[in-house]
Design a protein around this ligand. Sequence first.
Ligand code: ZN
Length: 390
Amino acid sequence: MTVDAVKNIEDLAAFVAESPVSYLAARTVARRLQAAGFTELVETEAWDPQIATGRHFVVRDGAIIAWAGGAKAQKASGYRVLGAHTDSPSLKVKPSSSITTKGWHQIAVENYGGALLNSFLDRELCVAGRLTVLEGGELKDRLVRTGPIARIPQLAPHLDHKRNELALDKQFNMYPVWGVDPAENDVLGYMAKYVIDGEPVDPESIVGYDLLFADSQPPRRFGADQELFASGRLDNLSSVHAGLTALERYVADNADEHATETVMLAAFDHEELGSESRSGAAGPFLEDILVRLSAARGESTEEYRRSVAASFCLSADAGHLVHPNYQGHHDPTVQPLPGGGPLLKINANQRYATDSVGAGVFAAACAKAGVPYQEFVSNNNMPCGSTIGP
Ligand code: ZN
């Protein structure tokens, strides 16, 4: 591996480790962009017209949209958007979550997205997310994160004669254990101590919460020549990180000072649920930002529509190489391999955003960057995933 590739992987590892859940991922991106000269805008405040040509970002819950406005942009110039998602399949803390079962203290959870349940077994899990507190008559969001506090133990082999036919029941087999009874902790009282953006909060002030479990194992390189990389949440923090570093390099080169287009990173939440939320890609977040940028530029409705028509969005997400132990699950002829470059994902039913024109834009961009790429299409008998693109 080249020195640059190793540096990039190490940077990605640090980024993933700082981003156990979407709310923290959005804040990790925000922190790095602030260090690169971007300033935060708040949606409830009035925005100065200058923001159309500046470097700014907006965080909405677990999503973030950032842009570097081209200094030479005219009315009706377009946007170049890289879209990705901050969330990953997980287990989410339920209401009345502190329970005891036969001497064990457990946390009740429900499934978030289509988690591969066995990947949560027999590993130490942390809890992270946000608490909403009512302080002095005002509601505030506070970010929280614990260390490794829980584990979902697999049934011992001598208690399971079907041990290699693992079938997990979402309700009865997936509650993490985090202590023994009599329990001294309840979940919210415990989380109140683990605020990462300020002082601990009074547990009595907590009126809402979005708390999720994540693997606490740090990402690492491995393999005979250390050319492989293992990490949780690469779907889709790998794309968020790629978009972030691209934007950092773009402004480090002051490319926005000569640009007519506005370059944008849109990292949405809730892709694993189908994107239909106020911070998801099917919700109004991106449009809300584009409309306000358009107003800041003084565009008419027609100029705004022309600007959108002149734009392009690359939907970036994780994809599948051929699995060496399950080759039959892949298309028999389109077989992306390790080291062959990024995938252009194609689906006749538009589960991915690629069409003929999009494929052409991607091919031209890869050629310009000197990067080879491969195509991906599903085996017709396999379910096809989706992404934010459609
Ligand atoms: Zn994804």
